[in-house]
Design a protein around this ligand. Structure first.
Ligand SMILES: [Ca+2]
Ligand SMILES: [Ca+2]
Ligand SMILES: [Ca+2]
Ligand SMILES: [Ca+2]
Length: 468
């Protein structure tokens, strides 16, 4: 009898033990699931926080502080919740930064000329040809390009967009482009250095195990930055072609003669606001054009050719001005000379005005406050010394550069170079990519979200969402 009892107890104990193991396993499974959910919600909380900050700054812009948004995003890039934490960061130019990546820190592939595309590291003429054919609206393949038939003949199920690239990943569809070159070490395109991206040849992808993310083309190019009618002040840009002079006086604080000269210039064919940096307003408003010809961009050689044209370039203009009081040429009325605008005012005109009706978002300029030095040096072939002084001027300003005119006086800068730069650079950013990693506090689950957000409209719009 006793034997049976002992035996029964032993069986019961075994059953209990078995049940315990089972329920322990289930608990582990359960807590894994919980950890995943917690991590995912932590990541989500980080993304929502970033979007809320972007929307706040869209509603409450500070035209006197170009870094307000960037710093606010940075300061909140790490957060702790009851059940988890999140952190948001990105690599740019080999340095890891807190906060979302500003898409306006990179060159928009939809805006690059053939020459600029060729400047990009490891780019070959056939790839450049295929990129150009991909985004141009026609079906005429360039010498080394590739249009619809090329893709058809290779059994591809898609054809060139014949319009702007919608996102960076689309570049991998272009003939001759390989993920190895678009992604470099950043195989999951999240802008972060993941363990497998920094372990040498141990796992895919190949990397050099140096603790720095080499993101291939994705570190230099974007397709997401965009234009907006929204000016630095938050108001819509004032279209000088159609604006009334009262509006100009009120918005920009110009004098009457300055206003009429500015409006007169806005109505001339080929008027460009960047020209204000090169020639006096009085010259421009009377149809004077840049003697420099303008075609010469910011390239290294430009520094030499652009030279000291600034002060004396307005040969034709001067004659008009020196004959001051007299009837003078065609325009006549503004002859008395509205004077030149000072550089702060020129900056304001460039920040707040436009010469073109805004119909829909187009590929965006880069933001001088976040722009990658590598992009300026490599893609735009800018003089490296000039880039360095530009970046150190920017980094020295607590409020960043609120206008491009603020760099007119840096070493090596000329009005011509700056005017050319102004066609590519601005002081605003609308599109950011949030790469957010959430961690569960309890068991250490992880979850990641990569979200591209356009804050130019309210509510902000999500352009892309991924959980890599
Ligand atoms: Ca085409
Ligand atoms: Ca990565
Ligand atoms: Ca690896
Ligand atoms: Ca590396």
């Amino acid at each position: 009898m006793l034997v049976i009892v002992i035996w029964a107890v032993a069986i019961a104990a075994a059953i209990v033990a078995g049940l315990q193991i089972l329920s322990f396993r289930q608990a582990v499974l359960g807590s894994d699931a919980i950890a995943r959910v917690q991590a995912r919600w932590a990541a989500r909380a980080g993304v929502e926080t970033m979007i809320a900050i972007m929307e706040y700054h869209t509603e409450n812009p500070d035209p006197d502080d170009a870094l307000a948004l960037i710093l606010d995003l940075q300061d909140n890039s790490y957060g702790t919740l009851e059940t988890g934490t999140y952190d948001i960061r990105h690599f740019l130019d080999g340095i890891e930064n807190a906060g979302p990546l500003d898409e306006h820190s990179k060159a928009n592939i939809n805006l690059l000329s053939t020459t600029e595309l060729m400047n990009v590291e490891d780019m070959t003429p056939d790839v450049v040809g295929a990129i150009v054919d991909w985004r141009d609206t026609n079906e005429d393949a360039g010498m080394l390009g590739a249009e619809k038939t090329y893709y058809q003949n290779r059994g591809k199920s898609y054809e060139p967009r014949n319009a702007s690239f919608r996102n960076f990943a689309e570049l991998e569809l272009v003939a001759g482009v390989w993920p190895e070159s678009t992604r470099g070490e950043d195989w999951n395109l999240d802008g972060r250095l993941d363990p497998n991206e920094d372990d040498g040849e141990e796992t895919w992808p190949e990397d050099n195990h140096d603790g720095i993310l080499d993101a291939g083309l994705s570190g230099l190019l974007t397709a997401s930055s965009l234009t907006s009618p929204r000016a630095a002040s938050g108001e819509d840009r004032l279209n000088l072609v159609t604006a009334k002079s009262e509006e100009v006086v009120e918005r920009l604080g110009l004098t009457e003669p300055q206003t009429s000269a500015l409006l007169a210039y806005a109505k001339t064919p080929n008027a460009r606001l960047e020209q204000l940096l090169v020639l006096p307003l009085s010259t421009l408003s009377q149809g004077g054009t840049s003697a420099a010809g303008g075609a010469n961009p910011i390239g290294g050689a430009g520094a030499a050719t652009g030279g000291k044209n600034s002060a004396g370039s307005s040969a034709q203009g001067r004659t008009g001005r020196s004959s001051s009081g007299n009837s003078g040429a065609t325009g006549g009325i503004t002859q008395a000379g509205p004077g030149n605008l000072d550089s702060a005012t020129i900056g304001k005109v460039m920040n707040e005005c436009t010469l073109k009706e805004f119909t829909r978002p187009e590929p965006g300029k880069m933001n001088v406050n976040t722009v990658s030095g590598r992009v300026l040096k490599e893609v735009f072939d800018m003089n490296p010394k000039l880039v360095d002084s530009l970046l150190s001027r920017r980094d020295a300003k607590v409020t960043g550069l609120t206008s491009l005119a603020a760099v007119l006086d840096i070493p090596g800068m000329t009005p011509q170079i700056l005017s050319s730069l102004a066609t590519k650079l601005d002081v605003q950013s609308f599109v950011f990519t949030i790469s957010c990693r959430g961690r569960s506090i309890t068991v250490g689950g992880e979850s990641e979200m990569v979200v591209t957000v356009d804050r130019s409209t309210l509510p902000a719009q999500i352009l892309m969402y991924r959980e890599p």
